[in-house]
Each structure stands twice: as C-alpha cells, then as structure tokens.
Ligand binder design. Structure first.
Ligand SMILES: [Zn+2]
Length: 92
C-alpha cells in the first residue's frame, strides 16, 4: 500500500501562538494572521531599507515598530529576510 499524503504537524502560529495543524514544510501561520503578517513584513522591509547600514537587531526592529519581538523573529525564521535585508542581525 502506498501512502503519499503529506504528513501533518501540530505547530504554533508564529504571530498569535495559537495551535494549528499544517502540512509538513508549510509555514507556521494561521489563517487569521496572514494579513497581519503581511503588514508587518511590509513595515519591517521599509524600516530596514531606511536603516540599511546601521545593523539593526531583531530587538531594535521590534522596539521601533512597537511589535512583539517573537513576531519579527517569526518573519526571519520564515525566510522573509534572507537576501533582502543584510542589515538585520540576531540579538546580542
Ligand atoms: Zn495566528
């Protein structure tokens, strides 16, 4: 018997922390937070463009935008800022 279904995982939404079921490899975001995640991404991207050479940390970004640090971390871990944002660095 061949089983070719993608395994499911129980994870936490990276934005609100709610437990959700996703397919393996899928991003950890619930349907309620997709819009907020996109808005945050847009804000962080604009911020990092302004501060391109100053080497902001994830914590700096969270403080400037007045959002929870784990949400910024979620974006970074989701791979949003790998190439676009050289300035962003881990917290000290
Ligand atoms: Zn959520």
């Amino acid at each position: 018997m061949v089983i070719d279904e993608v395994p499911l995982e129980l994870v936490k939404c990276g934005m609100c922390g709610k437990a959700i079921v996703v397919e393996q490899g899928e991003r950890h975001i619930c349907s309620m937070c997709v819009d907020e995640e996109h808005r945050l991404y847009t804000s962080v991207r604009a911020l990092l463009r302004d501060y391109e050479r100053s080497g902001l940390s994830i914590r700096d970004v969270a403080e400037i935008l007045k959002v929870d640090e784990y949400k910024v971390t979620h974006l970074v871990e989701s791979g949003y800022f790998v190439l676009a944002l050289r300035g962003l660095r881990p917290n000290d």
